[in-house]
Design a protein around this ligand. Sequence first.
Ligand code: PMP
Length: 462
Amino acid sequence: EWEFEMQQITTTTAEWQALDREHHLHPFTDPKVLGEQGVRVFTHADGCYIWDSEGNKILDTMAGLWCVNVGYGRQELVDAASKQMETLPYYNTFFSSSTPTQIQLARRLSEVTPAGLDYIFFANSGSEANDTIIRLVRHFWELQDQPSKNVFIGRTLGYHGSTLAATSLGGMAPMHAMGQSLLPGFEHIMEPHWYRHGQGKTAEEFGLEAARALETKILELGAENVAAFIGEPVQGAGGVIDPPSTYWPEIQRICRKYDILLIADEVICGFGRTGHWFGSDTYGIEPDLMPMAKGLSSGYLPIAAVAMNKRVSDVVNGGGVISHGYTYSGHPVACAVALANIDIIEREGLVEKVREETGPYFRQALQQLADAHPIVGELRGVGLIAGLQLVRDKANREFFPAEEQPAIQCREHCIEENLILRAVGHTMVACPPLTISRAEIDEMIEKTKAALDKTAAAYGLL
Ligand code: PMP
């Protein structure tokens, strides 16, 4: 232990970078570019701040990867994990077994999820939760003698994970392209991105039109061949696309009309992010199945869950053996941490705080920034998730050409300011811990403005 600590103290950033370059392949990264730049090494964190190996204190307005909802440095979560590790570090959920934290968490989730979603399957990541859903939903239709109902409809720029099946469910073209990853049986419709696709229409008109793309697709495929529609209440990794108010009610109507199951992917939107427990609460969606992860444990340990309603659970419960599961489904330590995490969210009133206090403050400050800034076309999002769309010509709603990378430049300028925002396409994304204070929001705005100014200046817009 001593030796490890010494190594942490004495290893220089350059040494970490050399080791990382030699031994570590990074997700969603160009290894060649990273090798040239050198990786940034983060060493510790507290609240909304993280520190790098150079000693810089950085405001993490991405909450890790959209997940550290209760903020860093929560001793309560450490204690919950260590207590559970001492008592029972592991036992599985296969073959008629369960452990107390698994059972308690399943019940707790049935309380916080929208009414009717009372039955839980555990996994370890959002990707695994979505793979589980694909298998369960096809099983559900097979058990009802409708095996042809097996096609899933997702959306362009939807993100549902990185396993083969979750990649297919999502609508990210570069992911489909790498390794021939688009499986048969997965279709995609347009994303409800009004600012990009809805010119000349009101947001409400466009919302209906985008939702009706689902009806068109169902009719094209034949409803007898469609298993389910999946969507994130607010598309996160696609660039924070919050749909017009007319979108979800119309999607819900279409799913009911054609007897298509509705899946709301709450991996980012869950656990208070949008100002309610779930994005489905915010948008009035009544899904049949709901994958969740990230905020479930605030990222302190990997855990995910699938909640399903009685219609689904009644069928699968009568259908024989569930030939599916993960060694770590319902890992007892991860469940203990998730329970303690939900306790914190409740005790500190974080959901209400996002809805009534920090969410409105965050939006108002960002809206002012967006309105006044020549490189920002619009602010998107809800609650504590936001996207700033960078544009070439604000007055004429003209986007940057695909080969330009203003957001990547802006992200680098944010880092110079000791601020983490994410660049997605031509959008700057913020998704801070739900514990962020007004003063920290002010700091974020000031630093974001400085980074936007530098980016705009480089394009001759300022
Ligand atoms: N669904 C959504 C909406 C996500 O945003 C993500 C991850 N960003 C996933 C699923 C996949 O989760 P994981 O990375 O834990 O597999």
